[in-house]
Design a protein around this ligand. Structure first.
Ligand code: AMP
Length: 213
């Protein structure tokens, strides 16, 4: 089955994905993580998307679909449970995905919407820290590392993502409202969109998701 995680940046999609991978045998595809990896590896794609991502804007649909499709093709979509986090991010991207899934005869698809207030998002994102090496996420207010600015797992430096700077968070939220939020209505009309509260505790969110699928 494929779960589409939809919600603004900072709504908890990544954190919940991490836990569902660890504890419930889900596989996780995050187009944002894939892009960040290409940037840190300095690949041609990374060089192309670096500036766009750091400023909080969206990568073009064709490039993003190639990345998403490439990742999806690595799994057996009939037998594995996949979380698609950060794709689709607009209606056209959803059309690409739906058409492709139809061609593969995959119909087992559910959309989960992470609802959360803008104030909580800004606070969360601007206080987020990420391990430069393994990608583990911390938070200056709620999830501090044992040693300041050092990853608990590998002792590497923690950094603030450039797109988590306040000015770039604002761009991301504006883009989300304008381009991505219309998907909520689209999925609601098409299927039965499952809504979870992004500021509930992780276990309640996961339990609601598991019950609804
Ligand atoms: P995320 O970690 O999901 O917030 O993604 C980080 C950044 O990667 C976004 O701000 C976009 O620049 C880019 N990105 C990720 N997924 C998509 C997508 N589906 N469409 C366009 N850009 C994307």
């Amino acid at each position: 089955m494929i779960l589409i995680f939809l919600g603004p940046p900072g709504s908890g999609k990544g954190t919940i994905s991490e836990k569902m991978v660890q504890n419930h045998n889900f596989k996780h595809i995050s187009t944002g993580d894939i892009f960040r990896k290409t940037i840190s590896n300095g690949t041609p794609l990374g060089i192309k998307v670096k500036q766009i991502i750091n400023s909080g804007n969206l990568v073009d649909d064709k490039t993003t679909w190639e990345v998403a499709k490439d990742a999806l093709e690595k799994f057996d979509l009939n037998s594995e449970n996949i979380i698609l986090d950060g794709y689709p991010r607009n209606i056209d991207q959803s059309f690409f995905l739906e058409k492709w899934l139809k061609e593969q005869s995959i119909t087992n698809l559910k959309e989960i919407y992470f609802e959360i207030s803008k104030d909580v998002i800004i606070k969360r994102l601007t206080s987020r820290m990420v391990c430069d090496k393994c990608g583990r996420t911390y938070n200056k207010l709620t999830l501090k590392p044992k040693i300041e600015w050092k990853c608990d797992d590998d002792n590497s430096e923690l950094i603030q993502r450039k797109d988590d700077r306040e000015e770039n968070v604002k761009v991301r939220l504006e883009t989300y409202e304008k381009v991505t939020a219309p998907l909520i209505k689209y999925f609601t009309q098409k299927n039965n969109l499952i809504v979870v509260k992004g500021d509930d505790d992780a276990e309640s969110i996961i339990s609601k998701i598991l019950k609804s699928i």
